[in-house]
Design a binder for this molecule. Structure first.
Ligand code: FAD
Length: 318
């Protein structure tokens, strides 16, 4: 079932979704089930699975010199989505990125997803690889998420990259895209960022999932600005638990989002990580309650290695 169909069927009742990372290479699918099993109690509507492109690392050779090689530490996004659907009978939302893919490879991935009965994709550009400042697309790939949205939307109309296919089957993907309540870090200003977001919706995206934020006013303001610009698609807030004092500086530098003063002050008072997790959990409960009260269509949790915190938040909410 599509994300938008879940939202429609809920008729205003709040829905929940969780996001997981594929396990690092060598770990089994059980490591994912161990994370998700307790959370299934809360009947999430769907599970997102992130995509991680390969990294370039130097590998020492026997003669002492180094080779620059590509390593994918977390393969398996498509396989995990299929496993989740099979194991939990739940909808999975694979993240698809432009980075590292040619249009042909993207098309092949979409065909696989379609064969597996996966109805949703979150279409993203992806970040530059580690230790690289600027995003570079594959020579035969896409530079912006909007181009990926256009490719998926065309496939939904039976138009393939491979031009010889004239009577190709149509897919029917529900397409999600990313939105940034505090602006994407590369965007010169919030208005331009919103213009580009609107282009993604106009190109065929069905809904928006936001970058994390810790000040709900930023989400509410973002939704208002979107509506003023005629971006009418559902806007799913993405929430991440704070669990450590290090995140006070780590989150702003990695994700380019602010930590509000009230939260920062409470975190600075913490004596250890356990205290910090308590503060982060209480903050997340407060954020979640406010978002439910204000009618957010789905509350999406970036579970990312902290399922117990998300579990505790959910227990306090439902
Ligand atoms: P875009 O929409 O392409 O925007 C990128 C930048 O370009 C923005 O500044 C935008 O304003 C600007 N822009 C857009 N179109 C144009 C244009 N035509 N001309 C000029 N400028 C333009 N990354 C991963 O690698 N894997 C994941 O699984 C993953 N999941 C994510 C899930 C969510 C909900 C979010 C919010 C982010 C996720 N990311 C993931 C990170 C994401 O890939 C990065 O934030 C990336 O830098 C931007 O992706 P985007 O899809 O928003 O890009």
């Amino acid at each position: 079932m599509k994300v938008t169909e879940h939202i429609k069927a809920a008729q205003g009742k709040p829905l929940f979704s969780f996001e997981i990372l594929p396990p690092v290479k060598g770990k089994s699918i059980d490591s994912i089930f161990t994370v998700l099993d307790p959370l299934m109690e809360f009947k999430p509507s769907f599970i997102n699975v992130t995509y991680h492109r390969s990294e370039q690392v130097y590998k020492k050779k026997s003669d002492g010199s180094f080779d620059l090689i590509d390593i994918r530490k977390r393969p398996g996004t498509v396989g995990i989505c299929a496993a989740l659907m099979n194991h939990y009978k739940i909808d999975a939302v694979p993240h698809l990125i432009c980075g590292g893919f040619s249009k042909d490879e993207t098309e092949n991935a979409l065909i696989d997803l379609n064969f597996l009965g996966i109805d949703n994709v979150l279409a993203l550009r992806g970040d530059p690889p580690k230790n690289t400042k600027y995003f570079q697309s594959h020579p035969q790939g896409h530079h912006y998420a909007i181009d990926l949205v256009k490719q998926i939307e065309k496939l939904n109309r039976g138009i393939y990259v491979e031009e010889e296919i004239s009577d190709g089957g149509k897919t029917d993907f529900c397409i999600g895209v990313a939105g940034y309540p505090e602006k994407h870090y590369e965007s010169p200003n919030p208005d331009l960022d919103l213009m580009h977001l609107k282009s993604k919706i106009d190109a065929g995206a069905d809904y928006i999932t936001t970058q994390m934020f810790f000040d709900n006013q930023k989400y509410h303001h973002f939704v208002d600005r979107c509506r003023q610009m005629d971006i009418l698609a559902p806007i799913i807030p993405g929430l991440k638990p704070i669990t450590s004092m290090k995140q006070l500086s780590g989150i702003p530098s990695i994700f380019h989002v602010d930590i509000p003063s009230d939260l920062a002050v409470e975190l600075m008072k913490c004596k250890n990580e356990k205290d910090a997790e308590k503060v982060g959990t209480e903050w997340l409960i407060m954020q979640t309650k406010d978002l439910i009260a204000s009618g957010a269509p789905v509350i999406h949790f970036y579970t990312l290695g902290k399922p117990q915190v998300v579990y505790n938040v959910m227990k306090a909410i439902v």
